[in-house]
Design a binder for this molecule. Sequence first.
Ligand code: GMT
Length: 379
Amino acid sequence: MKIGIVCYPTFGGSGVVATELGKALADHGHQVHFVTYNQPARLDFFSENLYYHEVAVSKYPLFEYPPYELALASRLVDVVRFEKLDILHVHYAIPHASAAFMAKQILLTYGIYIPVVTTLHGTDITLVGKDRTYSPVVTFSINKSDGVTAVSEHLKQDTYEFFDIENEIRVIPNFVDLSRFSLKAKDHFKKAIAPSGEKILIHTSNFRKVKHTLDVIRIFAEVVKEIPSKLLMVGDGEQRSECEQLARDLDISDNVRFLGKQDAIEEILSVSDLFLMPSQSESFGLAALEAMACKVPVVSSNAGGLPELNVNGVTGYLKDIGDIEGMAESAIHILEDEERLATFKENALKRAKEFDLSIILPKYENYYLEVIEKSKAVL
Ligand code: GMT
């Protein structure tokens, strides 16, 4: 197939899923065309089946708000026409699904019907989409897509609850490439972080409020009272300095390392014993899945789709959002007994294997074929 992919080219979960999916599809022999305003963060190598089309937005003085959506729609028209694409897969409803709808209408004037699959990732629905400003556009563009997928059952139900959706939504969960995300021998690194054999807790995110990063610091402050341990905070974002200040106020800064944005995240996960994800909202929790693939159990909130990934008492624990004490107790329970920790680690990997790329990729390929077939019948 010739597949066009539209996504946010950043380190965010939706961009990572879209880029990794595109790379895997190209590896499987499909021709994949990324259409984005920047080279996607993880699209860092050359492959004969991968193409990248940048969306340039004119910045005339008249435009107080440069019309990105129109530039994207125009670029999509060109790419579909001249590269003869079979399908467009857009990640994130706003503004990608609506831009794809506009492109689709324009392409009809050239006698081309391009089927569009929209994947909902969560923040487009649970945070941005519920904002009344965008809700008519989100509803319309989901209903006008030829296929719609959501990354968890919970997100699917939320979408039906908050919008007037007539389309069927298919759940295709996030995936992890176990050939990349797996336990690596990084003993020298572990020694540098935890010279006296302390346990290593880790959190990775973009430090947005929704991630409850301050809770991570508070949970760790309880854990370190009982278990000699270190905390690695990976990523960067609006709450980082507040987290740094809180660590100082709680007098635990010597045990907390802020590593900033990191590429080789699997290497850092490989030295870690426990992943903390106390999010306010999480449609799936890709970062937790990546941790589990590296044999790291997860203590998380029970928000959104997290219970569909993290099995309570098996791969980690799920606690109510904001239950810092409960999460700290669960973390201590896992870390205080070596045998128990080893069992949780094994269970985490076993569960992650259910979301391996080799299992999820065919779900997308089959869905594309289904949508293409269905749209032929409409013509
Ligand atoms: O969570 C983020 O910081 C980024 C966000 C996004 O919109 O890109 O990730 C969302 O999509 C990921 C991939 O499907 C999911 O694994 C994340 O759970 C989801 N984030 C939230 O729902 C907060």
